[in-house]
Design a protein around this ligand. Structure first.
Ligand code: ADP
Length: 608
């Protein structure tokens, strides 16, 4: 339950005012409920000709329960004497109806407040989770984790919503109901209530024990079912072998064994389960009888202030405790399930960023001198080095092409610059400043990205180009589209710039998607451009348009290009050849061909 308190402390504060209102309404709900039932006393007294008719003096009025009772009795007896039993009954009934109306009204108001808290908290958890996912560095989201993260962000949050949040109402309502009812019972008869309070935990213990037993058996049943299913699955996928090896009999025996075990566990479970209900009914009756006996002796012996009608009402009140008590235990049980899910959600919420923001970030708004990689090493898992002491200086305004076999570390190399990951060794400097000391936002503001696989969102063409630039004007967006050779095809789409492009741009061709992502980079107009050339086969016409767009984009900028087709980078100022995490050659196209090394070899291979 400590976890539950922690959960409340984190997420409830914005709703504390509503929570306070809900608690107050619940309190009123309980008080009026108690009052409504208490009306049974005068009704019973009238029916059984009790002491209603007896003259009750109008004593000095005291503002306490006893005083109120006397006041009520005084007026009751007067009405009884003046108007007769029928009218009095009707009046008492009316009071009970009004009290019940108030009781249910307050119950509704309490639930009403709870709805806002419940949905609000779940929204907040989702919001925090989404914000966290946006802030975590890329390595957190390896392919195999993506599914898991989605499962946590959807399924687990929903589980929290269903179990914790729906129990919230019970957790705040039931204790109040129980408490108020207990207070009421004390007012009716403290002797009897003391007796009940000693009796109840004993019964609770007994019922709890049966419940626990049931849970253990149902877990056992689930495990057995799991075994059964896995045998079934194994059989289906291995049918060919089972038949070929004549093992049907063997498999059949194994399945029968498991099937039989499952039947036995289920038998036991169901026997106990069907025992639970009669047992609790029996125990309930025994308790009532014990209370009847004890209360009865109190009345007969004349000890205490209990009267017959009061005693019967007392039993009625006692019954109203049972429901909230049941709800409370159920709530605790389901909260436990929900907290396990919350734990899984918390794994993400508590994940530490491996790319920490500097405490006192240095600001940078322009790039004018050079990017320097200084003996940079990197490893994804702490073991294999993907980059091994790579040093490279990229002067401002130059175009640097990275080439090399697949898996040689080119993508990793460029991902380090915007700090998608942090270097494991060495450092990267932009205009002489270690990028770890720069504000990440400033650093990324200096760079544009065009990826191999253009990343587009299910939105209009316009918004996809203006992505990340909220204040872009229509002219700027169109201008960027023109530079990226995209304006013409955009105008041919159904609604021009307002055309929705579908999930991930599914309604566009590969080349068109490329040009949109180039237009986006053109619009951002950063001094540094990081390009991962498309390898996906574009048709020749489309490829020419994309290449032109890229050339336009790189003009007057510092560009780092991961090149897959060497023909496109002949004019690069510097070509770096990567192999197994190192830069093994660098120079211009002419120099590298003359050197007759790896580049020359790659070049010759692509020539064919
Ligand atoms: P390139 O861009 O030259 O094809 P990469 O930088 O993508 O090379 O990959 C370099 C090496 O790092 C490869 O061996 C690859 O398997 C590994 N690698 C890439 N991304 C990850 C990752 N997220 N986790 C672990 N290893 C990775």
């Amino acid at each position: 339950m400590k976890d539950l308190l922690l959960l409340f402390r984190r997420f409830i504060p914005p709703y504390k005012f509503r929570l306070a209102k809900s608690v107050l309404f619940n309190l009123l709900h309980a008080v009026f409920g108690l009052f409504a039932i208490s009306m049974l006393v005068p009704i019973l007294e009238i029916l059984f000709g009790g002491n209603v008719g007896a003259e009750v003096e109008e004593t000095s009025f005291k503002m306490d329960v006893e005083g109120l009772k006397q006041l009520f009795n005084y007026h009751m007896s007067r009405i009884y004497q003046e108007q007769g039993a029928g009218v009095t009954l009707l009046l008492v009934g009316l009071v009970a109806v009004i009290a019940t109306a108030l009781k249910t009204g307050f119950a509704y108001l309490a639930a009403h407040e709870m709805i806002y808290i419940r949905n609000g908290v779940v929204r907040d958890i989702r919001r925090d989770l989404y914000a966290k996912i946006l802030s975590l560095p890329l390595p957190f989201f390896s392919e195999e984790r993506k599914g898991d993260i989605i499962a946590r962000a959807t399924g687990d949050v929903q589980e929290v919503e269903i179990s914790v949040m729906s129990s919230l109402e019970m957790l705040f309502q039931s204790p109040i109901l129980i408490l108020v009812t207990l207070v009421g019972m004390f007012i009716f008869s403290w002797e009897l209530t003391l007796f009940v309070i000693i009796l109840l935990p004993l019964v609770g213990l007994l019922i709890g024990k049966i419940g626990k037993n049931l849970k253990r058996h149902s877990r056992e049943g689930q495990d057995k079912m799991g075994e059964l299913l896995s045998t079934m699955e194994e059989t289906l996928s291995g049918l060919r072998v089972i038949k070929a090896f004549n093992a049907s009999k063997q498999m059949n025996e194994r399945f029968s064994r498991e099937n039989e075990a499952y039947r036995r566990v289920q038998n036991r479970l169901m026997r106990r389960r069907s025992l639970a209900h009669p047992l609790s009914e029996f125990l309930g009756t025994v308790i009532i009888v014990i209370i009847l006996w004890y209360g009865g002796t109190l009345i007969i012996n004349g000890t205490g202030s209990l009267t017959g009608p009061m005693f019967i009402t007392y039993i009625g009140i006692f019954y109203t405790i049972i429901n909230p008590a049941k709800n409370l235990t159920n709530a605790f049980y389901s909260v436990r399930k929900g907290l396990a899910a919350m734990d899984r959600v918390d794994d993400i919420l508590r994940a530490e960023s491996s790319v920490p923001e500097p405490e006192h970030p240095l600001r940078i708004s322009d790039f004018s001198r050079a990017i320097e990689y200084d003996r940079v090493s990197f490893s994804y898992n702490g073991l294999a080095r993907v980059l091994d002491e790579v040093s490279l200086v990229i002067p401002a305004g130059k175009t640097v092409a990275l080439v090399g076999p697949s898996g040689s570390g080119k993508t990793t190399f460029v991902d380090l610059l915007p700090r998608f990951h942090d270097v494991s060794g060495g450092e990267i400097r932009v205009d002489g400043i270690n990028i770890k000391n720069l504000s990440t936002r400033d650093l990324r503001e200096l760079m544009g990205n065009v990826n191999q696989e253009p990343i587009l969102f299910n939105d209009t063409i316009y918004n996809n180009i203006a992505f990340g630039r909220e204040n872009a004007t229509r002219e700027e967006v169109e201008q960027a589209a023109r530079v990226a050779n995209a304006h013409e095809f955009i105008m041919q789409t159904e609604c021009g710039y307002d055309t929705l492009i579908g999930d991930r741009g599914g309604k566009l061709s590969g080349g068109q998607r490329q040009r949109l992502s180039i237009a986006r980079a053109v619009l951002k107009n950063p001094p540094i451009m990081i390009l991962d050339e498309a390898t996906s086969a574009l048709d020749t016409g489309s490829e020419k348009l994309v290449q032109e767009a890229l050339d336009n984009l790189m003009r007057n900028r510092t560009s780092i290009v991961i090149a897959h087709r060497l023909s496109t980078i002949r004019s690069a100022d510097l070509i770096c050849v990567f192999n197994e995490g190192r830069v093994v050659e660098q120079g211009t196209h002419g120099e590298l061909i003359a050197r007759d090394g790896l580049y020359a070899k790659l070049h010759a291979m692509q020539g064919f």
